[in-house]
Ligand binder design. Structure first.
Ligand SMILES: *Cc1c(COP(=O)(O)O)cnc(C)c1O
Length: 452
């Protein structure tokens, strides 16, 4: 079940890598191979205690297996273990990072930009808000109430004030509400979410950009989850419109470890103005700058960073270039197709309720019921029953206030409704939709209907 063919390539590649250092006298790292085997077998046993994230029957949280090439390239680079903080720590991997990040910037049509990889989306968003706070001192950061909670928390860390903008019925930022906040005058930065973590909703970026004519604010796009969907050919026209104007924002966060087929530890921050590099300047007495070339440590908040992440990303993009119509883009289109297919099935079954049509590849839905509490209870039951049948979904607490128009027949007796959520991030999800539905159908018949 677990892919092993790349291990043979890894062995060959290691020999090739080693041949680059043949001028040195032999010195092999000492280790007790029998003891290592014993412990590693224990690790394998312990790691069985996991949901099967790699399998299409895992259709829950945002988890996607890295591509085999990313795994192999990452492992290969560990024999060097480069540190992309400074060129002294990783010459080759720093160069690979610059090339890979330029390809990501190219997704958004940016040729001149400043950017680098980060430990993840949280760190990348923190850098974006740090720069925003320096450029708009004392002013407030706003993001929608369905934006990732990191914006609120990171604003707190940075000493910036933060406010939430209400959402519309489709979990997108309500631009009229944003306008009222801008009228109050203290908003310095607007964060638009391009694919919310909960429902994959895309804020109406074209309307937010329109407001820039009348108001002065910095615009940051959190596309940690949704960024790569700029490549797909099956977005709704409105969602496409938002992606088309991404190139006009001041900064973008995109997570290669979400939809870019990378292992964890790979986020990316991009600025449209390379001039913001001046804010990163530091004079480290510890970093040995042996070259006058740009060191990534000079334009990044984190110091030591895994060069392995850059190596894996570069290799993945070499195999699967970030181009429309390419294999990578087709994989994403298929994930979205899977969400649409499941939405159709749910929408045409009286045992279930839909919330909003999926904008990306995340579907949120719920069992039927006459009240928020009954629907929530059934969602919990269904979640457990499906898991017992090897189908792993996620639950998601959705604000009742966003459902009142969508479900006028429901009695909202609590502030949130627990719904079911599936991030159909693997292209294979599309091929397995009928199998997934078969399980849902079976467990819904057992648990939902019988609970009354
Ligand atoms: C996942 C996510 C984040 C946080 O990124 P991490 O990589 O988990 O640190 C921020 N914003 C959005 C929209 C996300 O989906």
């Amino acid at each position: 079940m677990l892919e092993k063919a790349t291990l043979r390539i890894l062995e060959k590649a290691l020999a090739h890598l080693g041949s680059g250092f043949e001028m040195l006298p032999d010195s092999v790292q000492a280790c007790d191979i029998d003891k290592i085997e014993d412990v590693i077998m224990q690790v394998a046993g312990r790691m069985q205690d996991n949901y099967p994230y790699f399998h299409p029957y895992y259709a829950g949280q945002m988890l996607k297996p890295p591509h085999p090439i990313a795994r192999a390239a990452y492992m290969l680079s560990l024999w060097i273990n480069p540190n992309n903080h400074a060129l002294d720590g990783g010459r080759a991997s720093s160069q690979l990072e610059k090339e890979a990040v330029a390809e990501i910037a190219g997704l958004f049509g940016w040729e001149s930009f400043l950017g680098h990889l980060t430990g993840g989306g949280t760190m990348a968003n923190m850098e974006a808000l740090w720069i925003a706070g320096l450029l708009k001192p004392g002013m407030t950061v706003v993001a929608s109430e369905q934006a990732h909670y990191t914006h609120n928390r990171v604003s707190e860390v940075l000493g910036l004030s933060f406010r939430s903008v209400p959402c519309d019925d489709r979990a997108r930022m309500d631009v009229e509400a944003l306008k009222r906040m801008l009228d109050e005058g203290d908003v310095g930065t607007v964060v638009a979410t391009i694919g919310t973590t909960g429902t994959g909703s895309v804020d109406p970026l074209w309307e937010i950009i329109e407001l820039k004519k009348d108001y002065e604010f910095r615009l940051h796009a959190d596309a940690a989850y949704g960024g790569y969907f700029i490549l797909v050919d099956n977005l709704s026209p409105e969602t496409r419109e938002a992606y088309n104007c991404l190139k006009e924002v001041d900064s973008i966060v995109i997570d290669p470890h979400k939809h870019g087929l990378q292992p964890y530890g790979c986020g990316c921050i991009l600025y449209s103005d390379p001039g913001v590099g001046q804010y990163y300047k530091h004079d480290s007495p510890y970093t040995y700058f042996t070259s006058s070339e740009l060191h990534l440590g000079e334009i990044s908040l984190e110091c030591s960073r895994a060069g392995a992440s850059a190596v894996a990303l570069w290799a993945t993009q070499k195999l699967l270039p970030l181009v429309r119509g390419g294999e990578f883009a087709q994989g994403l289109s298929k994930s979205r197709e899977a969400a649409l297919a499941l939405y159709e099935k749910v929408a045409s079954d009286v045992r279930f309720r839909t919330l909003i049509p999926p904008e990306l590849d995340i579907l949120v839905w719920a069992p039927d019921g006459e009240s928020a509490s009954r629907i929530s209870q059934r969602a919990e039951d269904l979640f457990k029953a499906a898991a017992a049948d090897n189908l792993h979904l996620a639950t998601f607490k959705y604000p009742s206030s966003l459902l009142e128009n969508t479900w006028p027949d429901v009695r909202f007796d609590q502030p949130t409704v627990t719904c079911l959520r599936s991030c159909l991030m693997k292209p294979e999800h599309y091929d397995w939709i009928d199998n997934i539905w078969e399980i849902l159908d079976r467990v819904a018949g057992k648990s939902v209907l019988s609970s009354g």
